[in-house]
Design a protein around this ligand. Structure first.
Ligand code: HEM
Length: 385
């Protein structure tokens, strides 16, 4: 062994004596992360089910604001997790020096689950954040597929980790815990550290939540969207220009809506005929998958009325199709509950005015409890199934 190597003394876990590295600190942060990750996982799965429906599970169309609440909670708890995760990793990093590196097969399995947990968590928080910031360049893969499978891997790792640490956590949080108060020292106390981490999470939440909580919109400096900024006073993600729709393509004199598929009387209706039908006014949110949302007043023709006019069987679902030539969200499915909900409209107006081209002029879908990407704009066809 050379002189240099002999002099190089690696730390051991015992080298770190601060109470900030003690199990009690790790346990408190772990519990907070367990909570935020569980909310993220469940709300993320709900979002996935909306966009990848499975045959035996018909998602309800009520409560109308459920998707708004769940996806808003997804993004908010995800963002709150960032300081929690960084603090937790810093708290436990002395364990990197624990020796032996692999003590037994069970220990090896536990280390493997940690790789899945830590790697998956960092991936989820990073991809989620750059997605809501509209920074797509680093993602050379499908965001939804990567984020979805990473969520399963992370939650698998979390489950094993909880199993491995449940006893330590119980002891660390109990009154009998040897490090309950921590050794008195000059540095930052555990309470001070945890308060700082909690406050950082709180500040991040307030800085972003204004994209969906109107009252916070002025102070939410990091919110990628303001719920009151855009055409007709509301935001849009995909503009008509981005979708390849120009005023000529959406020309109201040439516009025709068709209702076809599994119907007794296929329909072709122009705008005058649609405007002459009984109109319904509803207040419903647009709730973006990226967490921002706004509520507005929509007026238009109920889809149930069109299905009845076309002679569709009770209990049919439908696919709503846009004039867009391409794009992942050119069509969207309406299950039987959504298609039959009286508030599911083909809207002609927003707050009493014709829709702006960017909001889907001349006709767009608006339905309760649904991701914004499925509120199809520039609708030209309904195919009943
Ligand atoms: C900063 C943190 C996070 C942010 C900003 C974030 C953001 C997002 C966004 C914007 C979507 C919707 C994607 C789309 O449909 O286009 C999404 C979906 C999802 N998220 Fe997250 N996320 C975060 C953390 C997490 C975590 C920690 C988990 C799991 C523990 C998770 C699990 C999921 C799942 C399962 C989906 C559904 C993916 C799909 O539709 O296939 N997310 N997330």
């Amino acid at each position: 062994m050379g002189e240099g190597a002999r002099r190089l003394r690696l730390p051991t876990t015992g080298s770190f004596t601060s109470p900030l590295h003690a199990p009690r600190t790790a346990a408190v942060l772990g519990l907070a992360l367990g909570l935020t990750f569980t909310v993220c996982f469940l709300t993320g799965l709900l979002s996935h089910l909306h966009q990848h429906p499975i045959g035996w599970l018909t998602l309800p169309s009520r409560p109308a604001g459920l998707y708004r609440l769940s996806q808003g909670a997804h993004v908010i708890t995800g963002v709150a997790s960032i300081p929690l995760l960084l603090a937790k990793l810093w708290t436990v990093y002395p364990h990197l020096w624990a020796r032996p590196v692999l003590a037994s097969p069970a220990h090896a399995l536990e280390r493997l689950s940690l790789a899945a947990l830590v790697g998956g968590s960092l991936f989820l928080l990073f991809t989620g954040t750059i997605n809501i910031a509209y920074w797509y360049e680093p993602m050379r893969f499908s965001f939804t597929a990567g984020h979805y499978w990473a969520a399963w891997i992370t939650m698998g790792g979390l489950l094993v980790h909880v199993g491995a640490k449940v006893t330590t956590t119980r002891l660390a949080l109990s009154k009998r815990s040897p490090d309950r108060h921590g050794p008195a020292g000059d540095g930052l106390s555990r309470r001070g550290f945890l308060t700082a981490v909690g406050l950082t999470s709180g500040v991040l939440v307030v800085a972003i939540a204004g994209q969906t909580v109107g009252a916070l919109r002025r102070i939410s400096v990091l919110a990628p969207r303001r719920p009151d900024a855009g055409p007709q006073g509301y935001p849009v993600n995909r503009t008509a220009a981005q979708a390849g729709i120009d005023a000529g393509g959406a020309d109201e004199r040439r516009f025709l809506l068709s209702v076809e598929g599994d119907v007794r009387r296929p329909l072709t209706l122009d705008l005058a005929q649609l405007r002459a039908m009984p109109q319904r006014e509803v207040t419903l949110p647009i709730s973006c998958v990226e967490g921002w949302s706004f509520s507005a007043r929509w007026t238009g023709v109920p889809v149930t009325a069109l299905l009845a006019l076309a002679g569709a069987a009770d209990g049919s679902g439908a696919t709503v199709e846009s004039m867009e030539a391409e794009g992942a969200y050119r069509t969207s499915p309406l299950n039987r509950l959504q298609a039959r909900d009286p508030d599911t409209l083909l809207a002609l107006q927003l707050d009493g005015q014709p829709l702006a081209l960017d909001h889907g002029f001349p006709l767009r879908l608006i339905a309760p409890n649904r991701p914004g990407v499925q509120q199809t704009k520039w609708v030209r066809r309904i195919v009943v199934a």
